[in-house]
Design a protein around this ligand. Sequence first.
Ligand code: UD1
Length: 420
Amino acid sequence: MDRLIIEGGTSLRGAIRISGAKNAALPLLAATLLTEDRVRLSNLPHLHDITTMLELLACMGVEAEIDERLGVQVDNTRMHSHTAPYELVKTMRASVLVLGPMLARFGEARVSLPGGCAIGDRPVDQHLRGLEMMGAQVGIEDGYILAHSPGRLKGAHIPLEIVTVGGTENLLMAATLAEGQTIIENAAREPEIADLARCLVAMGAKIDGIGTHRLCIDGVDQLHGCDYQVMPDRIETGTYLVAAAATRGTVRLREADPSLLEAVIAKLREAGAEINEGEDHIELDMQGKRPNAVQVKTAPYPGFPTDMQAQFTALNAVAAGTGTITETIFENRLIQVGELNRMGAQIKLEGNTVIVSGVEKLSSATVMASDLRASASLVIAGLLASGSTIIDRIYHIDRGYECIEEKLQQLGARIRRIPA
Ligand code: UD1
């Protein structure tokens, strides 16, 4: 397995381009199943999870033509299977997003249950409950979700019992082809859901309330192809901003959308960063200062994103003062603590909160990546540590950060990949 080696101690300086958003691209790829026409998606990030989704579509007979300009044209006219197999779903939970589109268009779907993962149980009960409310018969057999709909799905009033991103996306996609009107209450408002909704509208769907807690979808008989550009990755943007702030650097991130990062930017300003927001870029300057510790509590959008808390733990580790990070979305998502402490951080875990007493410097160690965002916190810690940090199992990082070592090198970091 590949490893990353980081010689710490350099402030990040320079400019890089932000990639398309993984968490928008995955549901968008699933949405291509809603039409028999070709759909062309551009600005796709070059990531492991995207490859997994394309493999999943391929094993069902969907053809994807990838061009050199980060675009993919998806054609499912030769689709021959409605089964998403365990071997692929187990490696990426977002595979379950093919359930709603397949059921809505073909009246049947067989999708492996995603099972647990490093950051908690993560059930899909809300996805299944919503589909049942739309008239689907849903059962579990041999570890697979078997969903069936005699005729079209029926529009329904679906109050979600918890705010779920994937659940909202699955039901939104299914509702576009249902008969009549569907109202999803307590919908998640993450910008990636709005991106998906805008693409569905470009495919002919009728959706009201985009970006709100109440999505109202008038089902149509069929959707058509479209050309759609994936939004910028707000979590990648936030991660580089935090890395720059923690290393007392100054960066400019191009092709980003700062308007999607309000909660993160507010915390970085509190930490002492000077931030300039443009329409399609963002600049951060720490003016060489040590960051101040900040208090963070995760919440559904527009609250502070759970996908950014691990990076702020690394920032607090070297900040002036004591900061706390409270995770409210996932159980067991504070797994960065052990490895950061091995690098000299002073972090205590109390229930779903970490209490971080900032130290002047971290020290290098060999550490192991355990999940995507926890891994990002180890990279930031490596940039801060004196000496040479080795990060093992970086396939977690490759799932969500495009060319991380190249982008960091562009910002002056001393980082390289050692292939297995
Ligand atoms: C998505 C993101 C992930 C992010 C998360 C929260 C993608 C591909 N992934 O994950 O990066 O961290 O949103 O912003 O977009 N839950 C249930 N029942 C359900 C569904 C969810 O109990 O049917 C629980 C989960 O266990 C979790 C919480 O709800 O505790 C939030 O999960 P959800 O919003 O669904 O996250 P994902 O869509 O899996």
